[in-house]
Design a protein around this ligand. Structure first.
Ligand SMILES: Nc1nc2c(c(=O)[nH]1)N[C@H]1C(S)=C(S)[C@@H](COP(=O)(O)O)O[C@H]1N2
Ligand SMILES: [Mo]
Length: 314
């Protein structure tokens, strides 16, 4: 259907960006047609915007959403392991060696072990997902990711019934990641998800974008993308995951517990202590647009938080 299976992303398979724009148009047209038939697809988030323009704040403008240019996606980054300026990762991340690369799996599961990235890629063909990424700093992008559902990866590992959360860890190597020579954060970068969030079909491991292998500055060779949460939950350059019983501490919770909670769901009604989260600037645009509940994915994820006080569990 609409999901394009990229058999395996190789450095040689580079999609022309012009082609990309055309493909995007195709997707939009096809999605519009699908909406009437009630088809569920990977593009449901965009699809939802096609049908009900004007019903919700922000949905009319979402119809006009364009992909954030490749240039911006790959030069305006948060990846503190390579510096804290937005331009630092693109400049510095070439020192990251993404091969050989392994992901170590520990904790409450039947198949702990160390998995080679090549085997992971071979086992999980990448497909395209166009997702908004909304940074906690009130800017956002629309990115065509290449990846696969995290649930596919987790199912293979057979977590036990004790696995209530998953913890993710970025590489720690100050030689390759010069930003780690300074204590700006508690290294290595750690993130976590509740098990049902990790298993949700929108949650992916991304291995590419714009039909290309993931650039180092975007978290090569493998990173998380959780589109309804603030960008910092989408941890980059993952070398370890651990199934645990208790809610893990995360890097940002350790760094500023009053400002960053475990859930970090995009929520225009819960402000950051130092700024409003009601609006956002789409990179490349001037005027701010309203931030949508759960970053526009409420139809698909709101049920995960039924009955929870989202001010308390921010
Ligand atoms: N390891 C690691 N992962 C990280 C970060 C980081 O500093 N280190 N920054 C996060 C933040 S704040 C954002 S907004 C996104 C940005 O992803 P992008 O640069 O691919 O757009 O990465 C997230 N993942
Ligand atoms: Mo962010």
């Amino acid at each position: 259907m609409l999901i394009r299976r990229a058999p395996e992303i190789k450095e040689s398979e580079v999609t022309d960006e012009r082609l990309y724009v055309d493909r995007r148009r195709f997707i939009r047209t096809a999605a519009g047609a699908g909406a009437g038939l009630g088809l569920a697809s990977a593009f449901a988030p965009l699809l939802a915007c096609e049908g009900d323009a004007g019903d919700r704040a922000g949905s009319a403008s979402d119809q006009e959403e364009e992909l954030t240019p490749f240039e911006d996606v790959t030069t305006y980054n948060n990846f503190y392991e390579f510096g804290t300026d937005k331009s630092d990762p693109a400049r510095n991340a070439h020192t990251l060696r993404t091969r050989p690369w392994t992901v170590t799996v520990e904790g409450e599961c039947s198949k702990p072990g160390t998995y080679d990235i090549e085997d992971i890629l071979g086992r999980h063909p990448a497909e395209e997902r166009i997702y908004r990424l909304r940074c906690v700093e009130a800017w956002s992008m629309v990115i065509p990711w290449m990846g696969f559902p995290l649930s596919d990866f987790i199912e293979d590992l057979q977590p036990t019934s004790n696995a209530r959360f998953v913890e993710f860890r970025t590489l720690y190597d100050p030689e390759q990641m010069p930003g780690q020579r300074r204590a700006v954060l508690d290294w290595p970068y750690v993130e976590g998800l509740r098990m049902d969030e990790a298993m949700h079909p929108l949650t992916i491991f991304a291995v590419g974008l714009y039909g290309k292998v993931l650039p180092n500055q975007n978290g090569a060779p493998i990173r998380l993308v959780v589109p309804w949460k603030y960008g910092f939950k989408s941890i980059k350059s993952i070398v370890g995951i651990r199934f645990v019983r208790e809610q893990p501490m995360t890097t940002w919770m350790t760094s500023a517990p009053r400002e960053y909670g475990f859930y970090s769901n995009v929520n225009p009604e819960v402000d950051h202590p130092r700024w409003s989260q009601a609006r956002e600037r789409r990179i490349g645009e001037f005027r701010r647009r309203p931030t949508l509940m759960f970053n526009g994915y409420a139809d698909q994820v709101a049920h995960l938080y039924a009955g929870m006080d989202l001010r308390k569990f921010f």
